[in-house]
Design a binder for this molecule. Sequence first.
Ligand code: NDP
Ligand code: OXD
Length: 321
Amino acid sequence: MNKATLALLIHGGTENWSPERWKRRFDEVCGDRPVWLLPGGQGDPAAVHYAAVWKPAPGELAAFPNLRVIFNLGAGVDALMADKSLPKVPLVRVAVGDLTRRMTEYVVLHVLMHHRQELYLRASQREKRWAPKYQWPAGAISVGIMGLGTLGTDAADALRRIGFRVAGWSNSPKTIAGVECFHGKAQIDAFLRQTDILVCLLPLTPDTRGILNRELFAKLSRSSPMGAPVVINAGRGGLQNEADILACLDDGTLGAVSLDVYAAEPLQPESPFWTHPKVVLTPHNAADTDPDEISRYVARQIARFEAGQTLENVVDPARGY
Ligand code: NDP
Ligand code: OXD
């Protein structure tokens, strides 16, 4: 019997994300399962039971009447959640070691950059200025991580092992060794009050949109040796109020920010973020995904599904993540 077809709908991304590269990988891991790279109209849409997607156009998935599972090729599903015509079938997101480790690299790099006063030191170097400042130890800094899911938990562990004091905030209660855990709206102020460096790894949902705003920044700790709190956002641009970030950097409510994500991507040339001396900017590449590992992950999930086992990392449409 013919195996059900897997359709690939892949838009955007870096050169690592070329749709042809994904197709080659999926062909390798799917054996004799037909893999269609769309758009291209390779056959009857009714033959498609699985779709592996990145940024499909709204309505694109509704064209497949017999879809059983949608696999998002990234961790964040906010773009899919916004598609009102999304077929009501399980949506599986990516949670794999490779992506998690890359995000932890990004978080550790940026926390260390601010903790070790790199903005000041690089400016001194450019000006040939020998002006050492006292360097405090990691244990003097409290890092607070918003989002203690796949990514936040791993980053918390790496930071704790370096010696930072680490806390985290999530929707539901958690117990994580060496990490002070807060949850829900009732505990957010207590979490913020003791946070010197805030790392945001939240998903973008109706509850979290715009959460990184002046009101929240004003609640962060102001007693760290850095002088003013630092914010690092690698979640989604929709989590941040960009006008508030700029105003808070300029009036000292914030000392510096690292941003990987923006309200509108790609970031426009006229954005003040490009040249702001207190902004460390990356082009949404904190954690690139690897087609090799992710195609194997999707093939494994399809095998589980067809064997009657439960799919892993299924998105809860009511929560939006
Ligand atoms: P998970 O779903 O594993 O974790 C999400 C975490 O956020 C959970 O701890 C959850 O709480 C918490 N959370 C969600 N909503 C709320 C809320 N309203 N209040 C408090 N906590 C909340 O996601 P991942 O860790 O895998 O990924 C997180 C996000 O990172 C993705 O959604 C994506 O947007 C972004 N991302 C960015 C990348 C980049 O390159 N910049 C790459 C990959 C992902 P609970 O545990 O209680 O459910
Ligand atoms: C993702 C991303 O969600 O790249 O995986 O942002």
